[in-house]
Design a protein around this ligand. Structure first.
Ligand code: NAP
Length: 457
């Protein structure tokens, strides 16, 4: 089986790699375990220095541009966004380097013992199965806390971003982490079960689609290993009458189209109160009309191609089913043929009926679903009428409305008057079919540790 890098902007193959044989895979798993036996005894100060060094490398202007270009070439995100992504990776390395020791410090607890406390100890090799949409960020937000906690990492990246996967391994090695502490495994999805079932691998995290999450959780369940799953989303973006409409529209466009519309926490369903629906819709459509589609390596491009041909076909299939099922297409609704790659026109679909097969789908591309509701109750009910529960953004100046959104929206995060985003300081993750467990913040670093109780008399 081969793992291939293909430019989505041109459809041309850039490079191919062979998947690791079972023997080499096995030896890499053993190497990870051997590395862990030494690495677990390194100090927090030492790990923190290596993480800060990784951040410095990521901030190096020339190098970071090279990595950003690699992301854009392999998966098509606009280059400015790729540059910002590399910088964000530096920030998560610095965050855990600075705060890791404090987040993991033993906690004294008064009990009937002479002394009792809780310690947070590493588990061993952790497998990360990652998606292509943020090829650097997804990996760093897993790796920084995991390595700081004293674990070692095995990365199975998406098959369409192998060059990014190898570049990340190189960064950790250059930063000074010992060989074997962070390894990229060029393997297929079918080989994942082999890795999770190896006794040296202690737990796994997966960011990706529901089927992939289910498959990994089943394999891990068979051998009783912990998993963290960050899966899909269909985040609501609710706009009420008291919202700053211009700001809401500007952010709505960004929140939907960032990364060419391929973000789990992208706003996907725009739920607007009837009283401002006409004004919002006019401005929203107008803003979509002004977007520049094209080569993602050009800094003037707002929307580049979808990462894969299959992704482009799938979004078109969903759009056509929605229109046939009763949705009104306000703009777009078809592939963009200005260049030979996998481009789709930024699209707005109004009022997909609940009877339509796509009503509860996640649209993973530049397609906004717009809904009008009579009141706040209707907005909350519609927002929660989804199998997903990742993030939610609500726009209102009214304190009572804000409180209702905070209490009643079924999601892992609620952002008031702002777009949903990840931040190293705040936990990130979902409920319902968006997955379980958390990344980032203190909960993120505690996912893969042994929370050990110590009792001494
Ligand atoms: P995907 O097909 O599930 O791929 C993600 C990763 O899982 C890839 O490394 C893939 O490897 C692997 N994989 C696929 N099937 C597998 C299986 N049966 N067993 C083990 N591993 C398997 O997802 P995608 O289409 O690339 O990404 C889009 C989805 O990810 C969307 O639903 C999006 O919302 C979600 N996502 C969620 C978050 C979050 O934080 N919640 C963030 C980003 C994306 P191959 O490439 O080799 O198939």
């Amino acid at each position: 089986m081969s793992i291939a890098s293909t430019s989505p902007a041109t459809g041309q193959q850039l490079k191919t790699f062979s998947a690791l044989t079972s023997e080499i895979l096995q030896s890499k798993i053993l190497e990870a375990d051997q590395a862990f036996q030494k690495y677990r005894h390194t100090s927090w100060v030492q790990r923190s220095m290596w993480l800060h060094r990784a951040a410095e490398l990521l901030r190096d202007e020339q190098q970071s541009l090279k990595w950003a270009q690699l992301m854009t070439l392999e998966m098509g995100k606009p280059i400015e966004q790729a540059i910002a992504e590399v910088q964000k990776c530096a920030s998560v390395c610095d965050y855990y380097a600075e705060h890791g020791a404090k987040l993991l410090a033993p906690e004294l607890v008064t009990t009937d013992a002479s002394q009792s406390w809780v310690e947070y100890q590493p588990l061993g090799a952790i497998l990360a199965v990652m998606p292509w949409n943020f090829p650097f960020w997804q990996v760093f937000r897993f790796a920084a806390p995991t390595l700081m906690a004293g674990n070692v990492a095995l990365l199975k990246h998406a098959s369409n971003v192998p060059q990014c996967a190898l570049a990340i391994e190189e960064i950790f090695l250059k930063a000074g982490f010992p060989a074997g502490v962070f390894q990229t495994l060029l393997i297929s999805a079918a080989q994942v079960e082999l890795v999770i079932s190896a006794p040296q691998v202690k737990a796994a995290t997966l960011t990706g689609s529901e089927p992939a999450g289910i498959s990994l959780a089943q394999a891990a369940g068979k051998v009783l290993k912990k998993t963290v799953l960050e899966l899909g989303g269909s985040d609501p973006f609710i706009v009420t009458a008291s919202a700053d409409l211009d700001e809401a529209v500007t952010v709505a466009v960004k929140a939907r189209l960032l990364n060419n519309g391929q973000s789990c926490i992208a706003a996907k369903r725009f739920i607007v109160l009837e009283s401002i629906s006409a004004a919002f819709t006019t401005k929203f459509v107008q803003a979509f009309r002004q977007l520049q589609i094209g080569d993602p390596l050009q800094t003037t491009t707002d929307v580049g191609p979808l990462a894969t041909l299959a992704g482009c076909e799938e979004i078109d299939r969903q759009v056509q089913i929605s229109i046939a099922g009763g949705a009104e297409c306000l703009i777009g609704g078809k592939k963009w043929s200005g260049l030979p790659g996998y481009f789709y026109e930024p699209t707005i679909l109004k009022n997909i009926p609940p009877t339509c097969a796509t009503y509860q789908d996640e649209f993973f591309g530049p397609v906004a679903l717009l809904f009008t509701v009579p009141d706040l109750n209707g907005a909350i009910a519609l927002a929660n009428d989804s199998p997903f529960g990742l993030g939610a953004s609500a726009w209102t100046q009214d304190a009572a409305e804000q409180e209702r959104f905070i209490q009643e929206l079924e999601s892992g995060a609620v952002f008031i008057n702002g777009m949903v985003k990840s931040d190293p300081r705040l936990p990130f993750g979902g409920i319902k079919r968006s997955g379980y467990g958390r990344e980032l913040g203190r909960p993120g670093i505690l996912e893969f540790v042994n929370i050990k109780t110590i009792w001494v008399k």
